[in-house]
Design a protein around this ligand. Structure first.
Ligand SMILES: [Fe+2]
Ligand SMILES: [Fe+2]
Length: 324
């Protein structure tokens, strides 16, 4: 609720509040408070950056995938992540933030991406663990975003979530194959779970007591569940899946709590989380160096595409001319 008396509130603000209260969608043409716009741009940009930076840890395994079929699946998955980045940068564009501008902010270190991608992929089992846990955590985070109050973001999330559930299954299936294999393969799967479990829990962000942006985002219908609620959902969903795989969650305190109907679990190491957020994770530098280089090396593609589009537009305005 606005703290301005309703009779004095400017009409656009009242209309905006009414749409939010009715759980309707805000569209690009609608008036919106500046803080709502900047919150969305920050969140969508961080999300888009995570999608494209997230291509790196798995992309490193495309040449080393253990079979042609695994290679084809992994290539499709990594390409999906590029597509997710594209949908999200497009959603941010409807708020007046161009893709160039957002990439510039990422490259300058002024915008962030999910810290999970600052961990290395040391074995093939890590590709399975990323699909199962990281994409699994992403789904838990993103399904409620399909009902986000901003229309273009909500619609982008519907398609993204369908693809993420394929990613989650392919990761689970990689681990299922490994855990049904030799003792060495099973040990490789366990090692991957040991390393990815806590960073995956940290993907939901700091505990509710330390989360700065949550309350306002909840009121605006951008966020539907708190960080701790989402983390709990993820743990409740994932522990039985680990049992199917025959893998042990690396948390001695993990137990089923009959009274609450939830698993009890240990929190990630928040000091480590903040260190990684601040740039001191194992791969922060590597990821950003690679990203900037890929952007620079792709300059000719953007220039060629722009020149081609200009040529087509010129040809379209002169019906007799043909495009070479
Ligand atoms: Fe994705
Ligand atoms: Fe994904």
């Amino acid at each position: 609720m606005s703290d301005v008396d309703a009779t004095e509130a400017p009409a656009p603000q009242q209309e905006f509040d009414a749409l939010i209260d009715a759980d309707s969608r805000i569209e690009p043409r609608d008036w919106m408070p500046e803080a709502y716009r900047t919150t969305l741009v920050r969140q969508i940009a961080q999300h888009a950056h995570s999608e494209i930076i997230g291509m790196q840890p798995e992309g490193e395994w495309i040449t080393r995938a253990p079979s042609l079929q695994r290679k084809a699946i992994l290539m499709a998955k990594v390409q999906d992540e590029a597509g997710h980045g594209l949908y999200l940068y497009s959603a941010a564009e409807t708020l007046g933030a161009s893709r160039d501008e957002l990439l510039h902010l990422l490259h300058a270190g002024k915008q962030k991406y999910s810290s999970i991608f600052n961990y290395p992929t040391l074995s093939w089992a890590d590709v399975g663990a990323i699909g199962w846990l990281v994409d699994g955590a992403a789904i838990t985070n993103q399904v409620p975003l399909c009902r986000c109050s901003y229309g273009p973001y909500a619609r982008a999330m519907v398609r993204i979530c369908k693809e993420e559930s394929f990613h989650q299954r392919q990761g689970f299936e990689i681990l299922h194959t490994l855990t049904g294999g030799t003792p060495e393969q099973k040990a490789m799967a366990q090692d991957a779970l040991d390393r990815w479990w806590y960073p995956s829990l940290a993907m939901f962000g700091p505990p509710d007591s330390d989360s700065t942006h949550s309350e306002q985002s909840m009121r605006w219908g951008i966020k539907r569940f708190s960080n701790d609620e989402l983390r709990q959902k993820f743990v409740d969903m994932t522990v039985p899946q680990a049992e199917v795989l025959g893998l042990r969650i690396p948390d001695p305190a993990l137990r089923w709590d009959e009274d609450s109907g939830h698993y009890r679990f240990s929190e990630p190491d928040w000091e480590e989380f903040w260190a990684v957020v601040k740039g001191r994770g194992p791969c922060n530098e590597q990821r950003m160096t690679h990203r900037r280089r890929a952007h620079d090396e792709g300059a000719w593609v953007r220039e060629a595409a722009t020149a081609y589009a200009a040529k087509r537009a010129a040809a379209a305005s002169q019906p007799t001319a043909s495009v070479a």
